[in-house]
Write a protein that binds this ligand. Structure first.
Ligand code: NAP
Length: 293
């Protein structure tokens, strides 16, 4: 089985390198070799490799910067995804694509279901919602896996930023009015590898579609930061931060709007793929172990 992994240097991509390692011949082109802003490079790469699976962990993920780099974000998160879908349809290969809780407007009082209408609030979210829709129209076999609040030990993300700041600052201020599930890239990669195995084992069943793949339970950024620093200190790491104060999204004043409610209902994923998604705290404990090791 040939697997083409795109975005293998990202949070999820780094963990996929490990989870997919023994599942077949893994192709991991560099960013230049798989430039999402160059249609010819992207199409030629896929046509040359002729993969059985394309796993797309590449994306334009800087939510704030996307407000001013609209065109680039659209190219990477929407137009290139359509190209991947078209090539996958042409080869009759599977395309796994990651999307985000940010496609929703956060107004629903309950957990979001896959079929709930999208209502992206910021440009990044609009490009991700557009990417999903363009992919569906190509008719390729696909899994759109919407996830939330992704972190890993490999690059910049919320817990890595909090840790860095906690080394130099006495006090931190973190928003407490956005709710969601921090989801480790380790979990996402493991669950993705599980999906590939399930589908390969039962190729006649129709798995194609959109799924919510996130850790169970929910929290807000403020409580998440508090738990993280407590666990880091428990493991003997010295931190400077004495106080973490809650603030509102409004007072924090980010340029890009985020949904207040990011909670995803993951029942469809868990039942279809017979995979239990653990509580978000389990991933944070694992993260604390790994980063202090
Ligand atoms: N991060 C989150 O909180 C979050 C939440 C929900 C959903 N998601 C979704 O999950 C997926 C993966 O996110 P992540 O956090 O793992 O992303 P990430 O860490 O930012 O990694 C993005 C990857 O895409 C590559 N890339 C960026 N621009 C490219 C281009 N023009 N051509 C080719 N490759 C390019 C990057 O290469 P370089 O290493 O060269 O930059 C990197 O390998 C994305 O679809 C994202 O929308 C993320």
């Amino acid at each position: 089985m040939k697997i083409l992994l795109l975005g293998s240097s990202g949070n999820i991509g780094c963990e996929l390198r490990v989870s997919l390692r023994d599942m077949g011949k893994l192709f991991m082109p560099s960013r230049t070799e798989s430039d999402f802003t160059d249609e010819t490079i992207l199409r030629t790469l896929i046509r040359d490799i002729k993969p059985d699976w394309i796993i797309n962990a590449a994306a334009y993920t800087n939510v704030e910067k996307a407000e001013s780099e609209c065109e680039l974000a659209t190219q990477v998160n929407a137009k290139a995804v359509q190209i991947l879908g078209e090539e996958a349809a042409r080869l009759n290969c599977w395309l796994v694509h990651y999307s985000t809780d940010y496609v929703f407007d956060g107004q629903k009082p309950d957990l979001y279901l896959e079929e709930d209408p999208v209502g992206p609030l910021c440009h990044y979210a609009k490009t991700k919602a557009a990417g999903e829709q363009l992919l569906r129209t190509t008719g390729c076999k696909h899994l759109i896996l919407r996830t939330s609040w992704v972190y890993s030990i490999h690059r910049e993300n919320f817990p890595m930023t909090i840790l860095k700041l906690s080394e130099t600052r006495d006090q931190l201020t973190v928003v407490n009015d956005q709710t969601g599930a921090p989801t480790g890239a380790v979990l996402i990669a493991d669950a993705t590898a599980h999906c590939l195995k399930k589908i390969e084992a039962d190729p006649t069943r129709s798995y194609s579609g959109t799924y919510h793949l996130a850790a169970s339970g929910a929290t807000n950024w403020y409580d998440y930061a508090k738990m993280l620093l407590k666990e880091i200190e428990k493991r003997g790491r010295k931190i400077k931060t004495q106080t973490i104060s809650p603030t509102s999204t409004e007072a924090y004043g980010a340029k890009a709007l985020r949904p207040k409610n990011s909670r995803l209902n993951t029942t469809k994923f868990q039942t279809t793929f017979e995979y239990t998604l653990p509580d978000w705290q389990a991933g944070v404990l694992e993260f604390a172990d790994s980063i202090t090791r």
